[in-house]
Design a protein around this ligand. Structure first.
Ligand code: TYM
Length: 338
């Protein structure tokens, strides 16, 4: 019955790497906060992308700890494991299996054009490994296994969702309809939170400068200090402008943290200086992150619960993933295991 098919909710999948000790305010605003909101309208899967993390050298014990913290962070951001499927990527072997197949349908030239590859290989010149290069095929596998319609990501991941779509289209062209074509779903505000120290650059987990990034577990004193030091400009007016990346960024952050529009923020601070505005930004972010931080701390004391969530999530994810994987294996000509 077509009516029923039309009523089916769209499928959403996204992932976050557990590299670095914790997430940044950029990850929170650009990604996981929105993931929680999407649960009401869509069927959602959210994944800790630990397989992606080893493209850059990790300390194994830290990676394990960070994987748990990432899982706890997704839950603390409001992702409800009863509503959404929450899982750890390496628990579902189908990701690596489909990634291999997709590697064979992904072109060297396409991968060479990926800005993240260019960026990460220049930063890790002594470890430009094949995984770093083929990373987008693994990410395509993550998305395509679940027949996702929408992939909520920050602006920096848009290119990777587009290549997933291209790979899916190529495969469908060769073998008939196999994968649904995914679309990036980029938030209107906060898709690219910038560094507080160099506001022309993205706020990044891997930035060595502690003052450049707000970490989601930072306490009030750290948050206030970092905002106080945030780089602005010499105009001295809380107003957006093309050549004002620092203030534009703070206005975005403050408006997301308070739910006010950028216009309302400008009106609120008319005639006031940057000192007042930075203090208000700090206070708003302290309040935004306080309940989140407290919940992550509680959840981290309860490993058994995190293990239960991961186990249940992996089982549900795997059931869906295997449907797509077996279809793909059949199409490419693999002999089914007798
Ligand atoms: P990752 O772990 O680098 O980042 C997770 C999410 O946070 C967003 N983000 C930002 N948003 C706004 N401002 C910032 N400064 C900022 N920094 C990061 C990212 O855009 C992302 O949405 N390859 C992915 C993880 C991944 C994935 C997937 C995503 C693996 N498989 C499948 C979607 C679907 C990554 O490294 O994200």
């Amino acid at each position: 019955m077509p009516e029923i098919a039309e009523e089916k909710k769209k499928i959403v999948l996204s992932g976050i790497q557990p590299s670095g000790d914790q997430f940044t305010l950029g990850n929170y605003i650009g990604a996981i906060r929105n993931w929680a909101l999407m649960q009401e309208s869509f069927d959602c899967l959210y994944m800790v992308a630990n397989e992606h993390s080893i493209t850059v050298r990790q300390v194994p014990a830290k990676l394990r700890e960070n994987t748990y913290r990432a899982l706890a962070s997704l839950l603390a951001a409001g992702i409800d494991p009863q509503k959404s499927i929450v899982f750890i990527q390496s628990h579902v072997p189908a990701h690596a299996e489909l990634a291999w197949i997709l590697d064979c349908y992904t072109m060297f030239g396409e991968l060479s054009r990926m800005t993240q590859f260019k960026d990460k290989s220049s930063k890790n010149a002594d470890n430009i490994n094949a995984g770093l290069f083929t990373y987008p095929a693994l990410m395509a596998a993550d998305i395509l296994l679940y027949q996702a319609d929408l992939v909520p990501v920050g602006a920096d991941q848009k290119q990777h969702v587009e290549i997933a779509r291209d790979i899916a289209g190529r495969f469908n062209g060769l073998y008939g309809n196999t994968f649904r074509l995914p679309e990036p779903y980029i938030p209107a505000v906060g898709a690219k939170i910038m560094s507080l120290a160099e506001p022309e650059r993205k706020m990044s987990k891997s930035d060595a400068n502690e003052n450049a990034k707000i970490l989601v577990m930072d306490g009030p004193d750290d948050i206030m200090r970092k905002f106080k030091r945030a780089v602005t400009d010499s105009y001295g007016e809380v107003k957006r402008g093309e050549d004002k990346p620092g203030i534009n960024n703070l206005i975005t952050i403050y408006s997301v943290a308070t739910g006010k529009t950028p216009e309302q923020v400008e009106a609120e601070f008319e005639g006031k200086g940057y000192g007042d505005f930075k203090r208000a930004c700090g206070e708003a972010v302290v309040e935004l992150l306080r309940p989140f931080r407290e919940q992550v701390e509680d959840l981290m004391k309860n490993r058994d619960y995190l293990d239960q969530v991961a186990a249940a999530g992996a089982e549900r994810a795997e059931r869906l993933a295997l449907r797509t994987l077996s279809k793909v294996q059949k199409k490419v000509g693999f002999v089914p295991r007798p």
